[in-house]
Every structure is written in structure tokens, then in C-alpha cells.
Design a protein around this ligand. Structure first.
Ligand code: ATP
Ligand code: MG
Length: 303
């Protein structure tokens, strides 16, 4: 059996230049893997190609080069195996919140009876705090509420993989915290595999097992992969007391503030896009062990 649940190989996305010049390369040489049950976040500046990668993983966009293998099969179109929360909510405006979720649930379980469909829809709408708004149409909902319907719809189909494009960006801090906690619970209970885009470094540290850092475009690449060495059982209230917390946070912020641009100008010596370095900020070489599943020969920088 293939060791990795998801494998991305040599992915590139290029757009033709309308005036016939050289094509625009948004990203190229993108390689990474995700294990079953792993939660992976990707961060990088606006326009570097994060949503494009997620859409290719969803089967909604085509790569110019490279391939994506999920669960032993090449991704070549959309599938109910992958639940997507889009950066925009992407709801059907003529359907109520509940009917939007129901549409996906019926596609997933075409033979399910009314009671079962109702139970699933109500459970996930309640989870995102929208039980009382189930019959409202998207135009009657706030931006954050629409986003929450999208989250309920993706969770409700219990996909093999969740693809989340800044899912909590439009939510107030309190609601975001509640849904992040629920997401952690769902992941722990179901071994859910997640690929999530976020601009929020604290969110990434709270949720992710690995955080992929994408350099600035054009020609963006996965510059490095930060291993989250905090205990997996973590809570937003105590996470900042973990000794690893600030080293990881500072490393991420430093990448976004300066290294993402420097990397785009010149990749560090020895950088191999086939195996972006795994880094463990704050850990000395020989310090607390990296989980076996994450030990790869490419641990280049122990910061
Ligand atoms: N049809 C197109 N033609 C040319 N360039 C395009 C096209 N669609 C997208 N792009 C470019 O692809 C790049 C990547 O877009 P993408 O939406 O993936 O970025 P992103 O990293 O998700 O950004 P953000 O953080 O702002 O959401 C952008 O620079 C965008 O201009
Ligand atoms: Mg985006």
C-alpha cells in the first residue's frame, strides 16, 4: 500500500501571456505528501498560488504539469471524496442554508431516507451555530454565516479529505474559536485528513501537524515545511505556554515578513524542490524526537 494518502509531484500552473510573450508561471516544482489523518496548513503571500493548488487537489482546476495522487488514484476531476470550503462561500443562492447542505448530502448518500438526511443536515448546521437560520437563503445571511454554511456542507459529506481555503477568515473571533475547536474534535474522532490555507499563523500552529511555507510568486515553490512539535492535544488557552510555541511562531512570521521574498529572489544553497526541508524551530539537534512518520532524510535546518 502507498505510504502517503496524498502525493503531489512536480506540480506547476502556468497561464499563457495574452500578448504572446513567455507564459506566467504562478508556481512550479511543487512537491509534497500528506499522510492519512494528517492536518496540513499552507501559508504564503497573496497571489502565490495557494487557492490554485487547493483547486487542483479538489479536481476543479488542472495543473499545467505534474500530478496529484490521492488514496492510490490520480485526481482528475471533482469527487465527493473531497469536501471543499471555498475562499468565497460558493453557495447556491436560490436554496436555503439547509437545502444547500442537503444537496451535498443527497449527492453523497443518494439512497438515504428523509429522516437520515434531516439528521445529518441538522447536526452539521447546529455544529456551526446555524440551526435557527436553516431556512434562510444566502442573501439573508451575513458573510460569516454564509461561510459557516459552506463549512457545514463540506463536513456533512464526511469526505476522505477536507480542503479548506481560508475557511474562518470571515468569522468573528468567538465563532472562529468554536469552529476551530469543533474541527479539532472531528479530526481527532475521525482521523480526518485536512489541507487548509490560512493567513493566520496562530491558527496554523493550533490546528496543523505540518505547516508548508510557500515562497512569493511568480514561480512560487514550497520553501520549507515546518513540523509542529507542540503536543497534538492542544488548546488555544494554553498553547502560548508551550516552550515551542514562540520559536515556531517567530519562524513563521519571519518567513512571511522577509524570507518568502528572499527565497523568491534566490533559493538557499542546497535547496531541493523535490524534498523541501523539514524544519523544527526551537529544537536543538538531538532534542525532543520528531514523530517517526515525519522523519525524512531532508531535515536540513534545525533552527
Ligand atoms: N486566469 C488567469 N490568468 C492569469 N493569471 C491568473 C489567472 N487566474 C489566477 N491567476 C494568477 O494566479 C495567481 C495565484 O492565484 P491564487 O488565487 O491561487 O492565489 P492565492 O495564493 O490563493 O492568493 P490569496 O491569498 O490572495 O487568496 C495570482 O497571481 C493570479 O493573478
Ligand atoms: Mg486564495
Amino acid at each position: 500500500m502507498e505510504k502517503y494518502f496524498l502525493k503531489v509531484e512536480q506540480l506547476a500552473r502556468r497561464y499563457p501571456e495574452p500578448r504572446g510573450g513567455a507564459p506566467l508561471t504562478v508556481f512550479e516544482n511543487v512537491n509534497f505528501t500528506i499522510e492519512r489523518g494528517e492536518f496540513v496548513c499552507i501559508i504564503g503571500h497573496s497571489g502565490c498560488g495557494k487557492s490554485t493548488i487547493l483547486n487542483i487537489l479538489a479536481g476543479l482546476d488542472e495543473a499545467s504539469e505534474g500530478l496529484v495522487i490521492m488514496d492510490g488514484r490520480e485526481v482528475s476531476g471533482p469527487s465527493l471524496d473531497r469536501g471543499v470550503v471555498f475562499q468565497g462561500h460558493a453557495l447556491m443562492p436560490w436554496l436555503s442554508a439547509k437545502k444547500n447542505v442537503e444537496f451535498a448530502v443527497r449527492s453523497r448518500w443518494p439512497d438515504a431516507g428523509r429522516a437520515k438526511i434531516d439528521e445529518i443536515c441538522n447536526r452539521y448546521l447546529s455544529l456551526v451555530g446555524l440551526a435557527a437560520a436553516a431556512d434562510k437563503k444566502p442573501a439573508e445571511l451575513s458573510g460569516g454565516m454564509k461561510q459557516r454554511v459552506g463549512i457545514a456542507r463540506a463536513f456533512a459529506i464526511e469526505p476522505k479529505m477536507l480542503l479548506l481555503d481560508e475557511p474562518f477568515g470571515a468569522l468573528d473571533a468567538l465563532t472562529r474559536g468554536v469552529i476551530q475547536d469543533e474541527l479539532l474534535k472531528i479530526c481527532a474522532a475521525t482521523q480526518q485528513t485536512v489541507f487548509m490555507i490560512t493567513h493566520d499563523v496562530d491558527e496554523a500552529i493550533l490546528l496543523a501537524d505540518k505547516i508548508m511555507l510557500m515562497s512569493n510568486g511568480p514561480g512560487a515553490r514550497i520553501a520549507e515545511i515546518v513540523v509542529n512539535t507542540l503536543p497534538r492535544e492542544r488548546s488555544r488557552h494554553t498553547i502560548h505556554k508551550e516552550p515551542q510555541y514562540y520559536p515556531i511562531r517567530n519562524h513563521l512570521v519571519d518567513f512571511l515578513v522577509s524570507r518568502s521574498k528572499l527565497f523568491a529572489e534566490q533559493a538557499p544553497p542546497g535547496y531541493d524542490p523535490l524534498r523541501p526541508p523539514l524544519v523544527t524551530p526551537g529544537l536543538e539537534s538531538g532534542g525532543p524526537a520528531i514523530p517517526i512518520s515525519l522523519r525524512q532524510p531532508a531535515i536540513a535546518a534545525l533552527v
